[in-house]
Write a protein that binds this ligand. Structure first.
Ligand SMILES: Cc1cc2nc3c(=O)[nH]c(=O)nc-3n(C[C@H](O)[C@H](O)[C@H](O)COP(=O)(O)OP(=O)(O)OC[C@H]3O[C@@H](n4cnc5c(N)ncnc54)[C@H](O)[C@@H]3O)c2cc1C
Ligand SMILES: NC(=O)c1ccc[n+]([C@@H]2O[C@H](COP(=O)([O-])OP(=O)(O)OC[C@H]3O[C@@H](n4cnc5c(N)ncnc54)[C@H](OP(=O)(O)O)[C@@H]3O)[C@@H](O)[C@H]2O)c1
Ligand SMILES: Cc1cc2nc3c(=O)[nH]c(=O)nc-3n(C[C@H](O)[C@H](O)[C@H](O)COP(=O)(O)O)c2cc1C
Length: 697
């Protein structure tokens, strides 16, 4: 039999969605007799000389920040943009691009669009138009993915004919062959006792010094070990696997989940595998007691960590899952959370071959060899700690793949078998979206609904969403609060269309922390560079638009300017205006006194400018920050003419696009420009770093 055709699947993913799509592409490709290798795009950089010789490439890329590529594809993207690359250099490559984005953003799916054009310009034969997944679609990005894949398979087949004697599924068949990435051994007797003893020594139990946050630390340590196994099982090149082993964040960072601009900003080396255990010294509600929404101001003591941040930076926090949730999951699956397990990476043949291979041809040759190759990479961990640290069982909704896996393990219930088969199929996509994502169903709940499914641990590890760090814009300045990072945290608490109450994983944990009553409370944190940066000159005016907790980074900006002003470092204050939006003047007008003091000190421009509020629910009609921007068109235009920097932060939903539209309107109206000229003007601001956005969902 001829060896299968190699298929390179690269992804650029900030929060894991594009990685999921890439893995799905690879699973479906394997069923169609391709030999896929899935890698975060930057992990391919050391092998980039082989790119022209790759027969086929599928690249899945999300867009993040203000229309930026995700961190784990930036280097390869930069390489591909080199002017020295000849136009025909990818002339033998068949390529396809699928993008993930959100049409609420002004730069919708811009990474995938640019990538498609660049590959085409380098001569790649594009197999089909760029696919554009949209978070705003009622069925999420899968609404575009399914039809795109249905076109991809015939296009690939036309280029790579089916070897004789093989059959293949229909283009719309999205079932996948289940090939496990892990092998699990349940330890007993001496092996388990030895593992336990080693862990106790490491955590200080043996000498009686176990700290209050030991369970959380054990969970994170187990997750870090599992990251390394995951990196090996995914066929990441050895250097990236080793970085994971050394406690650096690369395994998880390169593999996908969220960052803003690279781990360990501030030069301290802290990251997901080596967080700083910061003391929480205060946790104060900043919304009125009668207001429906709970928003907290947290004081995080950075102590002697050496972490030094700039205004606009972001603190990453890894949440702790409730022990009850982990226990409930173990009970449901019939496992003992205190059991010790060894998890081994099982390399898929193509990944194994790719790890060793010098070229795509060698990888394909190697991949023809039968059977999985067991890697030397394994971790030995306590089951409860592994689940608590690595898997999000109580918050995130599982992906469709989870339902496909579950379907394989249903025993004795025709009804559940049928329902899972339907959910796993393209026809069931919309109903799955309603049941799963819209209702915020968790893994624990799904397992509760499908009681007859007996999911083995290796499959839970492969199909369950990973527990991810959360990011918070720092709401203070070191100049005003030495050694401290303050965070303004909105406690997530919402109701689904069927009125099921949902709480955020991280914020519900944070809300329950009480340093006064609970003694020493510590959070695992590290610093990330944020998207917002103060202008180089303190003389530049600022226009800051921050509804809700979006005001956090601007408190940091303004505290910094206030400190500089009071210290006499800045002779004359630059005019600064804060557009702040909240629901009610009496309910959630955070930091009111501080803004008023800053206005009195000329840190914010004097009234009627300087501090502009939009209370969305105090009047008969909604008033948002963008309305206020339009009302103050002349002042906004004057500030822009004077070189103002515009900053927007807060909910990613519709606000950033609405604010951008308002600014464009102001520019058109006040500057006497046509709409497209005004758009070009704002684009020019962006390119010059004078229009910056940090948004989150
Ligand atoms: C760069 C950056 C900076 C950030 N800064 C801040 C900050 O300063 N302050 C802050 O509070 N947060 C901030 N966030 C958001 C923060 O990281 C978390 O995402 C947020 O706190 C929720 O985390 P959680 O674990 O509590 O919720 P999760 O368990 O992750 O649940 C959140 C999810 O629940 C769903 N959801 C929530 N509300 C609703 C709703 N009303 N309707 C429908 N679905 C809903 C959405 O799917 C949402 O993604 C920032 C994020 C980023 C990326
Ligand atoms: N995923 C979701 O569906 C979802 C939904 C809401 C909040 N969240 C998240 O929950 C957290 C809490 O948010 P928050 O209370 O700090 O801020 P927020 O929900 O963004 O609300 C702050 C203010 O912005 C207003 N607002 C709503 N839509 C707007 C728009 N299109 N343009 C301008 N302003 C708008 C709100 O008004 P009104 O509320 O009166 O309209 C409110 O006055 C954030 O992390 C946010 O991202 C998520
Ligand atoms: C902070 C942030 C910024 C984003 N910026 C954009 C953007 O500029 N354009 C866009 O189309 N989508 C944007 N999105 C939406 C993401 O592309 C979308 O959620 C995607 O599914 C994420 O895929 P990933 O998990 O692989 O990164 C943004 C999302 C977040 C959280």
């Amino acid at each position: 039999m001829a060896p299968p055709y190699p298929l390179l699947v690269l992804y650029g993913s900030q929060t894991g969605n594009a990685q999921d799509v890439a893995e799905r592409v690879a699973r479906e490709a394997a069923r169609r007799h391709f030999a896929p290798r899935v890698l975060p795009a930057d992990a391919y950089l050391p092998m980039v000389a082989h790119l022209p010789a790759e027969p086929a490439l599928v690249w899945v890329a999300s867009t993040t920040g203000q229309g930026d590529p995700p961190d784990n594809m930036r280097q390869l993207w930069r390489f591909l943009l080199r002017k020295s690359l000849a136009p025909g250099s990818l002339g033998s490559l068949r390529a396809a691009v699928f993008g993930l984005g959100d049409s609420g953003y002004p730069k919708y799916n811009v990474t995938a669009k640019k990538l498609f054009r660049r590959l085409e310009a380098l001569g790649a034969h594009m197999l089909l138009p760029v696919g554009l997944g949209d978070d705003q679609h009622r069925s999420g990005y899968e609404a575009a993915l399914d039809p795109w894949l249905a076109q991809l398979w015939p296009a690939l087949r036309a280029a790579f004919p089916l070897p004789a004697g093989l059959t293949e599924p229909a283009p719309t068949d999205t079932a996948t062959e289940l090939v496990s990435k892990y092998r699990v051994a349940w330890l007993s007797g001496q092996e388990a006792a030895a593992a336990q003893q080693a862990a106790e020594q490491a955590s200080g139990v043996a000498d009686g010094t176990r700290c209050a946050w030991a369970a959380h630390a054990e969970a994170l340590a187990a997750a870090a070990q599992f990251d390394r196994v995951e990196a090996a099982a995914s066929g990441l090149p050895l250097p990236l696997q080793q970085q994971g082993a050394e406690g650096q964040p690369s395994a998880r960072a390169a593999g996908g989940p969220a960052t803003t601009a690279g781990h360990g900003a501030g030069g301290t080396g802290y990251g997901p595998h080596h967080p700083y255990w910061a003391r929480l010294t205060a946790n104060k509600r900043i919304t009125a007691p009668a207001h429906f929404q709970d928003v907290r101001l947290l004081d995080v003591d950075l102590g002697q960590s050496g972490i030094s941040y700039e205004p606009g930076d972001v603190l990453a926090v890894v949440p702790q899952q409730p022990a009850a949730a982990v226990e409930a999951l173990c009970r449901r699956c019939g496992w003992d959370p205190h059991a010790w397990v060894r998890v081994e990476a099982v390399l898929a043949p193509a990944a194994a071959a790719a790890g060793e291979a010098a070229s795509p041809a060698e990888a394909a040759q190697g991949s023809a060899s039968s059977g999985a190759v067991a890697s030397a990479c394994s971790c030995t961990v306590r089951l409860g700690a592994l689940i608590a640290g690595a898997l999000d069982v109580n918050g995130a909704s599982p992906r469709r793949f989870f339902f496909q896996v579950l379907h394989q393990y249903v025993r004795g219930s025709e009804l559940e078998e049928e329902r899972l088969a339907y959910f796993s199929s393209p026809e069931g996509r919309d109903n799955l979206y309603e049941y799963n994502q819209r209702e915020g169903r968790t893994v624990l709940e799904v397992l509760g609904d499908f009681k007859s499914a007996r999911l083995p641990l290796e499959w839970l590890l492969q199909a369950c969403p990973r527990l991810k760090p959360r990011y918070f814009s720092i709401a203070s300045s070191l100049a005003a609060h030495p050694h401290t990072a303050q965070l303004a945290v909105a406690i997530v608490d919402w109701a689904t269309p069927f009125k099921r109450r949902r709480r955020g994983v991280c914020t519900s944990w944070l809300a329950a922390l009480d340093p006064e009553a609970q003694g020493e409370v510590r959070l695992p944190v590290w610093l990330e560079r944020g998207a917002l940066r103060l202008p180089p000159s303190p003389a530049a005016p600022l226009l800051m638009v921050g509804p809700g907790t979006g005001v956090a980074p601007f408190r940091s900006f303004l505290q910094q300017r206030q400190a500089a002003l009071l210290a006499g470092e800045v002779p004359r204050p630059a005019p600064c205006t804060l557009f702040f939006g909240c629901r009610n003047e009496a309910g959630d007008y955070y930091f009111r006194e501080e803004w008023e003091t800053m206005q009195a000190q000329d840190v914010l421009a004097p009234p009627p400018g300087g501090l502009v509020t939009a209370f969305s629910r105090d009047g008969p009609a909604k008033v948002y920050v963008q309305h206020r921007i339009r009302e103050r068109a002349a002042e906004v235009w004057a500030a822009l003419q004077a070189g103002a920097y515009v900053y927007v932060a807060g909910s990613a939903d519709k606000m950033p696009a609405a604010v951008a539209a308002a600014i464009e309107e102001v520019v058109a109206q006040q500057g006497g420009m046509a709409r497209d000229e005004a758009a070009a003007y704002v684009r020019h601001l962006e390119l010059g770093g004078r229009y910056q956005v940090e948004a989150w969902s």
